[in-house]
Design a protein around this ligand. Structure first.
Ligand code: FAD
Length: 226
């Protein structure tokens, strides 16, 4: 697992933001906060000239992003060969409704990570990865679970992507309408959006002596770093 002490991720020709570079950030903590708040990443890679962008879960431990899945999946087998990969995470914070279609936008925070993944063979690193993947969904969940068996660990393919070439981009604030557009008689502004959980639905077989699942700390933990 890489362990970077640099607070800034070096900009490369590939991560240089071209449009609205002012919205970009290469601050490691900013990148990690967005990664930690998201649930889903899109993993993009090309096989025989055909691009695929596959949605999946992920976890972060230090400066490494972990993906896991079935050894039979095309995503896992392709990435395990060390091909180039692009992983994106997107948080939509609001709908920006302008007075013209041209100025409509979204408020967002997003991250792009470029690189090559490696197959994780070491059982100890596999455990670190599986813990990160599990606790990414619900912080502290791993510590409450029936321990993973050797068979389960062996059956799970884990990939590690170092967060060495990455960028964040963010938009916030009102629509960018200017001039005479401001006189146009239509509502304009921002409709904030946020992910939320509904009431938990317990499995009918949960032991009677187990406390109900508390959803509030889950949401609080997710936003604590944002
Ligand atoms: C929810 C959402 C809606 C968007 N809607 C639009 C839209 O309608 N039209 C539009 O043109 N753009 C939109 N964007 C912005 C879009 O993601 C790109 O930033 C934009 O296309 C500019 O790309 P570029 O040509 O400057 O950079 P590119 O040359 O495409 O990218 C260069 C590098 O910049 C970095 N980068 C680019 N975009 C992002 C990003 N979003 N997050 C993190 N790193 C990034 C990457 O490292 C990339 O390799 C949206 C973004 C989000 C998250």
């Amino acid at each position: 697992m890489a362990d970077s002490s640099s607070p800034t991720i070096p900009v490369t020709a590939r991560t240089l933001l071209r449009r609205y570079p002012v919205r970009g950030s290469f601050d490691r903590d900013t990148v990690y906060r967005i990664l930690d708040e998201g649930f889903v990443c899109h993993v993009a890679f090309a096989v025989d000239g055909q691009p695929y962008a596959i949605p999946t879960g992920y976890g972060r431990a230090g400066d490494t992003l972990y993906l896991h899945g079935s050894a039979a999946s095309r995503m896992m087998t392709s990435l395990a060969n060390g091909i180039n990969v692009c992983v994106t995470v997107t948080l939509v914070d609001g709908l920006v409704l302008a007075r013209s279609a041209f100025n409509h936008s979204m408020n967002y925070r997003s991250v792009v990570v470029l690189g090559q993944a490696r197959l994780v063979d070491d059982p100890e690193e596999k455990l670190v990865a599986l813990r990160a993947l599990t606790n990414h969904i619900v912080p502290g969940r791993w510590e409450t679970l029936r321990p993973a068996t050797t068979k389960e660990i062996a059956a799970t393919t884990v990939l590690a992507l170092p967060i060495e070439e990455a960028s964040a981009k963010m938009r916030s604030g009102p629509p960018k309408d200017e001039g005479e557009d401001l006189e146009w008689p239509v509502w304009a502004g921002v409709v904030p959006m946020a992910l939320h959980c509904e009431a938990p639905q317990p499995d009918a077989r949960v032991r009677a002596d187990v406390a109900p699942f508390e959803v509030a700390p889950l949401i609080a933990a997710r936003h604590a770093r944002s």
